[in-house]
Write a protein that binds this ligand. Sequence first.
Ligand code: PAF
Length: 299
Amino acid sequence: MEIVVFGAGSLGSLVGGVLAREHDVTLVARSAHAEAVRDDGLTVTGVTDFCVSPSATTDGQGLAADLAIVAVKAADSKAAAETLATGSFDAVLSLQNGMGNEETLASHLESPVLAGTATYGAVLRNPGVVECTGLGEVVLGSRTGGRSSLADRVGDAFDTAGLETTVAADMPRRLWKKLAVNAAINPVTALANVDNGAVLEPPTTDLARSAARETAGVARACGVELSDQEAISAMERVATATAANTSSMRQDVLADRRTEIDAINGYVVDRAADHDCAAPTNRALTALIRSWERGIGHR
Ligand code: PAF
């Protein structure tokens, strides 16, 4: 299968690297990374260890492939969609944190848009080198729910390359479950400057559990069946599997980059307001991260 990965940062590079063992992959990446991959290939270290030679470019305009995987930050979804619209793809798969990305992509594109979540831990160590810091899985399917033969085809292609993949018929619910995981792990680890595993223990565990529990409550208010215990267990499973990992929001804060708070905890707060329910933990986490972003000029 011909696959283009838009946004070859940490997760995009890891997923693209694994897929490149079996498929014809092109990474759309920042210049130093694209240049290093073109010169020396992409090295994957950590839990899994190999080197592959995908194509790499900085210019995503006018590309064509069977599948485009979008792995850019949530705030960059619109720009990615505009670039994708200049090319031609049989399918587009969002593998991003936060909510609303699939709708943004679908509103700009004629290609069918699939929803996906990924719980692999990944850190881009150097241009051309990505470390896999925790094995997880990819879950993908129709963004509106139900079975999709296109999702089955993409799932088969991922499986063939050795990417742990589940094709699911309940993606809206899966996206909310992943949102609960990110709403709990990401801001707490970023604010406390700790690895993911720290949310399993005091003093941060109550805060993380509260963010996950609240997110499940808001999901139910939105008509999505997600129990408090399911959300908390999902968060604890991911925190255990990626215990030594630096969450993407902590990576953003450490690098003085804008975070994905608006599409994660900010989204929970907005949906809670729509349905007149309280989300004090998500509200406090959102305010703290936004205040940090304002302090360094991102707002
Ligand atoms: O955003 C992240 O860092 C990841 O989605 C996850 C699963 C929390 C692992 O670090």
